[in-house]
Design a protein around this ligand. Structure first.
Ligand SMILES: Cc1cc2nc3c(=O)[nH]c(=O)nc-3n(C[C@H](O)[C@H](O)[C@H](O)COP(=O)(O)OP(=O)(O)OC[C@H]3O[C@@H](n4cnc5c(N)ncnc54)[C@H](O)[C@@H]3O)c2cc1C
Length: 390
């Protein structure tokens, strides 16, 4: 990767990026293909990421973070995403979807109990929104939470929950008043070892095989009322804000996926000879490389703009977050496809990582909000029908 765009980075950002790149090169890249083929999740790698302080960029030091901010978070996530789509998810599971929600809406007790443990990866987190019949339409969720004295009783079933089979805690959404729809949703911190909580792994999926994904089944799960985040009934608003964080992280991971595909295509184009010369010398191959570079850098620029705005205090910049998510996640689908054109038959084999990057890149257009939903937010904002940044 060229360093020309380092102009926007501070010394600390560059040192952080180099440290993470070294970690990813030494610890993740040598095992990534085998782990994917074996569908093996290595908790130790997440622990090491915690020990290096990689999860703590947007989190204050008093809760175990380092306070370096959102741009630092985006840089770290891109570097890990460049090495492994499966391990990239850690930044939403440990930081954006869990710790940041507790930081924003949790009591002091919840903050000191959960955030430092998430930062160090002593515990693993997950967050549960999606259900079998509630995907994009989150307010259609059927899970319920009923107040009973000093407790809430949770019932329902969450679907497609990243890390649910391995997580120690969840930030989980449920309806406290179903009739009130958007105004009847609430959010809770739930320990995964409570009686009534069970999980079921989704074994076969298109990509990110080393990333456990599954259902969470909640049957009369009793959790302390103190585990409610913020106010009862305000969960939908919190969810929208949580997504403004998790979408940035997903978009940064998507840039990593693009960069990984570009790295492979450049290397191969310079090595592979046909008709007596490297295929890099053929203009039609150069055209593909040019598109890959442009897509990757445009995606990165949108991600960094979004992160820099957040570092300046505009944390709820939904418009810029959604633009970054839309563009970068679409690019993570397209750029590996272009790489396949360059590598051709060898890209189709498992000898080269393009097949993995291609498979893993697909998920970005689905999670943290499907691409159509991103386009809807961008368009309704542009048309003046519904302003995204309110
Ligand atoms: C690997 C993986 C990991 C995931 N991890 C998590 C997790 O950790 N936690 C969690 O809660 N969820 C998770 N999800 C779920 C993910 O967030 C949802 O899949 C996503 O929000 C979309 O929902 P859906 O797939 O049910 O699609 P649907 O909402 O059923 O949509 C189907 C299609 O219809 C389109 N569509 C829907 N509504 C509209 C509309 N109004 N206008 C135009 N088009 C529309 C969509 O864009 C899509 O193309 C994960 C999913 C995957 C695949």
């Amino acid at each position: 990767m060229s360093d020309e765009y380092d102009v926007e980075l501070t010394e600390e950002h560059i040192m952080l990026r180099d440290m993470v790149r070294k970690f990813a090169t030494n610890e993740i890249s040598p095992v990534v293909d085998q782990d994917e083929n074996d569908h093996r999740f290595q908790r130790e790698l997440v622990t090491k990421m915690g020990e290096l302080g990689l999860f703590g960029c947007p989190v204050p030091e008093e809760y175990g973070g380092n306070g370096m901010g959102y741009l630092a978070h985006a840089i770290v996530t891109e570097e890990i995403g460049r090495a492994s789509g499966s391990l990239r998810v850690a930044f939403n599971m440990q930081t954006m979807g869990t710790a940041m929600s507790i930081l924003k809406w949790g009591s002091e007790e919840l903050k000191s109990k959960y955030i430092p443990a998430l930062m160090s990866a002593e515990i693993l987190g997950c967050f549960g929104i999606t259900e079998p019949d509630a995907g994009s339409d989150t307010a259609a969720m059927a899970s319920t939470a009923v107040r009973d004295g000093n407790e809430y009783v949770l019932n329902g079933r969450k679907m497609w929950i990243t890390w649910s089979p391995v997580a120690d805690m969840a930030v989980v959404f449920a309806m406290t008043d179903k009739k009130a729809k958007h105004n009847g949703m609430s959010v809770f911190v739930m320990d995964m070892d409570l009686p009534g909580v069970s999980t079921k792994a989704i074994k076969e999926k298109l990509g990110i095989w080393a990333c456990p994904t599954g259902e969470i089944i909640m049957e009369d799960v009793r959790i302390p009322a103190a585990n409610l985040l913020g106010e009862e009934g305000k969960g939908f608003g919190y969810l929208m804000k949580e997504l403004i964080s998790t979408r940035l992280s997903a978009a940064a991971g998507a840039v990593g996926s693009c960069q990984a595909a570009l790295d492979e295509a450049i290397k191969y184009a310079n090595e592979r000879k046909q008709f007596g010369k490297p295929i890099a010398e053929f203009q039609m191959v150069q055209e593909v490389i040019a598109r890959m570079v442009a897509e990757t850098e445009a995606a990165r620029a949108l991600v960094w703009r979004c992160a820099i705005q957040k570092d300046k205090g505009l944390v709820n910049n939904m418009r810029e977050t959604v633009l970054a998510k839309y563009y970068a996640c679409r690019a993570a689908d397209e750029v590996p496809n272009l790489a396949l054109e360059v590598l051709s038959a060898y890209g189709y084999s498992n000898e080269y990582p393009i097949a993995r990057i291609l498979r893993d890149g697909k998920v970005y257009k689905i999670l943290e909000g499907a691409t159509n939903i991103m386009k809807m937010i961008i368009a309704t904002d542009a048309l003046g029908l519904k302003k995204a940044n309110r």
